[in-house]
Write a protein that binds this ligand. Structure first.
Ligand code: ATP
Ligand code: MG
Length: 276
């Protein structure tokens, strides 16, 4: 589904990351982890074909990035809706179906569209609130509707940029489990950017860490070790094994409370402080 081979990217004239290697097969769940500014969103954009590689190569569904865009679903980072927005959750999902047609329905849409929209809304567990104005839905509910939007055209590859951002811990766990289920039952390959490995670790097949110290990719048990993370972050990080075998990452540096390029609104900022 995705083959990143020794790729490098430059932004604003400077190298951002290099020697990145990552292979993702159908039905696999991969996470992109690392500190703020490491280039996680840029990796997603390179897979989408929005940012060119300056070395190595990226293949997506066997083609160069961007060629098969209609077979790739994408949820950009930090989307939230104004509380006054009257548009319904169902309409948000429908935009994933025909949003690129400037309001023109896709040919033969009608019933097929309605059925598919109802199906994905059900898949993400949003049926109870999809008829309500999306501005009145909670952050977790909005996130599920946006995942449904990215899924509605049956993508083979789903790229999710921090879908757990601003969710409380139970919702992080629930959305992580939902995405894991989508991989297994729909055979969709998922690449999810996340800040904290812990809520998603149990569901992951692969991880890639980006940090100034380099990039490391592989199965979680090989990559998520105290030695590797301490080297990548340049600060002591411990990986513990819980009684039931789960890995727990301890001591990951917190993002600064007032990171200048984050947070669209003071409400999100408040949520983040409360969560972390
Ligand atoms: N078009 C651009 N021109 C110049 N610099 C850029 C451009 N796009 C991204 N950058 C810089 O590249 C770095 C990586 O950005 P990116 O958004 O990929 O990071 P990230 O890992 O997703 O961070 P975060 O965790 O904050 O979302 C940042 O320092 C950013 O300012
Ligand atoms: Mg980002």
């Amino acid at each position: 589904m995705v083959c990143v081979d020794d790729a490098a990217v430059r932004v604003g004239g400077r190298p951002l990351w290099s020697h990145v290697r990552l292979d993702i097969a159908a039905g696999e769940f991969a996470a992109v982890l690392g500190p703020n500014g490491a280039g996680k969103s840029t990796l997603i954009k390179a897979i989408l074909g929005l940012v060119p590689t300056t070395a190595g190569s990226i293949r997506v569904l066997g083609e160069r990035p961007g060629r098969l865009a209609d077979r790739v679903g994408y949820l950009p980072q930090r989307r939230s809706f104004d509380a006054d927005l009257r548009i319904r959750g169902l309409d948000i999902v429908r935009m994933g179906w025909d949003g690129d047609r400037w309001g023109l329905p896709r040919p033969g849409a009608g019933r097929a569209a309605r059925e598919r929209i109802a199906e994905v809304v059900d898949l993400v567990g949003a049926s109870a609130y999809a008829h309500r104005p999306v501005g009145q839905c909670s952050g977790g509910e909005q996130q599920r509707l946006l995942i449904a939007q990215a899924l509605v055209r049956r993508p083979e590859l789903l790229l999710l940029d921090e879908p757990l951002d601003s969710l409380d811990l139970p919702n992080q766990a629930a959305v992580a489990a939902l995405v894991g289920r989508i991989c297994r039952t729909q055979g969709v390959a998922v690449v999810m950017v996340a800040h904290d490995a812990n809520p998603i670790l149990a569901h992951l097949d692969k991880v890639i860490y980006l940090a100034e110290g380099g990039a490391v990719a592989g199965p979680p048990r090989e990559v998520i070790t105290s030695e590797t993370l301490t080297r990548l972050y340049g600060t002591p990080i411990e990986v513990l094994r819980a009684g039931d075998g789960r890995l727990v990452v301890v001591g990951q540096p917190e993002p600064p409370a007032a990171h200048t390029d984050r947070h669209a609104s003071s409400r999100t900022e408040g949520n983040r402080r409360a969560v972390r």
